[in-house]
Design a protein around this ligand. Structure first.
Ligand SMILES: NC(=O)c1ccc[n+]([C@@H]2O[C@H](COP(=O)([O-])OP(=O)(O)OC[C@H]3O[C@@H](n4cnc5c(N)ncnc54)[C@H](OP(=O)(O)O)[C@@H]3O)[C@@H](O)[C@H]2O)c1
Length: 437
């Protein structure tokens, strides 16, 4: 790819990010590109919708696929969203004719990244997506380019601002999940249908993309273990806090032998863990790589300005003739998939709801002992007046997850136990052990 005099840009999607991008590119003195990033055409669902930006100077397309097919457009910027439908069709049409694509669409990349990368290799049209992971936090390019000289062992992050906001609010305000979510929806911090965020799917799309780049493997969304934040209670947050931990929705990809494990799930982080202090809607990522060591990225994972900034940076790369293969290496050099179900070992948190009667703790300890699991700490809160049940929590010494699951089955069958045990992993604070330095 060579440097261009200018790039002719078509933007499909003029919502939060598309509107932000127009504002960034088309101000009285453009802040990026020195006037060489030229928006020529736009598309959205509703032409007559009132928008914060003036779009009268651009050619309008009702259908983003027609915009993508427009021959004199060098780059399609896809900011519609969704893994299929018009976003996918438009991206395919643009790549098929050799045009470049810049997108913020993590769902599309996680589900169809491999076929889009193949199309890109076939025609020479590049596909760049810095904004798809971490919004304004520059993690995609960092892993793809700046860390190309190191071997990544583990990559973990807080990649969904909505979930982090909800958990932070629960902790600081002492209100329960449903109330905090309802407020977040009213204030526009959470979608009317919050499933993609609170169910862990959005973070799963992002870790799937990052893992593909970091571990040089084809994106493989089907193998991400996904658990959301819906079942986290105020008791969990309070009790974990008393034990010295904060609960976060952690997306993690980790090299285990020749395989890679991929998870999104709530986890306990000791207060001195680098991700534990990330509060509110911020995003963060922690990369352990050899020999570079541990790196921490923190930034705004969403919002018009930060996300538009990442999109504009990709456009600058195309303008300057940069921008390599979608996932950092040609598909032929990528391993078939970043999949693994290695046996998991570590320390865990278990929360139980029990009928408050003598002998319960001894019975629970006995179930754990039968699976050779040692308890690290145990905490019982005083029962509320007239409450028939009481929460108790414990943390384990390092053990195999399968053994803990077996113990949990035994515990669940105890007469005094009122609900299935809730298990969450404890993320260790120390860097991944495979370190050179
Ligand atoms: N919002 C963020 O902070 C953020 C951060 C990182 C990544 N992203 C990603 O960026 C993308 C866009 O997100 P957003 O928040 O900007 O979404 P949004 O505010 O909902 O905007 C979506 C835009 O797409 C248009 N659109 C929807 N369906 C269409 C169709 N069938 N044909 C043509 N246009 C259509 C809408 O048109 P109308 O305006 O006419 O309704 C709207 O302009 C998504 O992939 C999202 O995951 C967003």
């Amino acid at each position: 790819m060579s440097q261009k005099k200018e790039l002719r840009i078509g933007i499909a999607g003029l919502g939060v990010v598309g509107g932000g991008l127009l504002k960034l590119l088309e101000g009285p003195s453009p802040r990026v590109g020195g006037g060489r990033l030229k928006v020529v055409a736009v598309s959205a669902r509703n032409r007559s919708r009132k928008r914060d930006v003036d779009i009268s100077a651009y050619e309008w397309f009702d259908d983003p696929v027609d915009l993508a097919a427009k021959q004199d457009i060098d780059v399609l910027v896809e900011l519609i969203g969704g893994s299929d439908g018009p976003a996918k069709k438009a991206v395919e049409i643009a790549l098929k004719r050799g045009a470049h694509v810049v997108t913020a669409n993590k769902a599309l990349l996680a589900m169809h990244g491999e076929e889009l990368a193949a199309l890109s290799e076939e025609t020479g049209g590049r596909i760049l997506f810095e904004a798809a992971v971490g919004g304004g936090m520059p993690i995609v390019k960092a892993v793809k380019e700046s860390l190309a000289g190191s071997l990544v062992y583990a990559l973990s992050g807080i990649l969904n601002g909505t979930c982090n906001y909800l958990l932070s609010e629960m902790e600081t305000s002492g209100r329960k999940y449903e109330d905090v979510l309802a407020d977040a929806q009213r204030l526009g911090y959470a979608e009317a249908d919050p499933t993609m965020d609170v169910g862990g799917f959005d973070a799963a799309h992002k870790i799937c993309i990052l893992a593909a780049i970091a571990f040089r493997a084809r994106p493989d969304f089907a193998h991400v273990g996904i658990e959301g934040v819906e079942a986290i209670t105020l008791d969990d947050i309070r009790l974990a806090g008393k034990l010295g931990y904060r609960i976060k929705l952690v997306a993690k990809a980790e090299r285990i032998g020749e395989a890679v494990s991929l998870h999104v799930r709530p986890a306990l982080l000791a207060f001195d863990h680098p991700l534990a202090s990330i509060m509110g809607s911020l995003n963060a990522a922690l990369v352990d790589a050899d020999p570079v060591g541990r790196l921490t990225f923190i930034g705004r994972g969403a919002g018009a300005g930060p996300t538009a900034s990442a999109v504009a940076a990709d456009l600058m790369d195309l303008l300057e003739g940069r921008g390599g293969p979608a996932f950092g290496a040609p598909l032929g050099e990528l391993a078939p998939a970043a999949r693994a179900q290695p046996e998991e070992r570590g320390r865990f948190y278990m929360r139980l709801i029990v009928n408050d009667r003598p002998g319960v703790i001894a019975a629970v300890s006995d179930c754990l002992a039968k699976e050779k699991i040692s308890i690290e700490s145990f905490l019982q809160m005083p029962a509320a007046p007239d409450a028939p049940t009481v929460p108790i929590v414990l943390t384990t010494q390092p053990c195999a997850r399968v053994a803990l699951d077996a113990a949990a089955k035994r515990i669940e069958s105890l007469e005094a136990v009122a609900a299935p045990p809730r298990i969450m992993p404890i993320e260790e604070t120390d860097a991944h052990p495979h370190f050179w330095n």
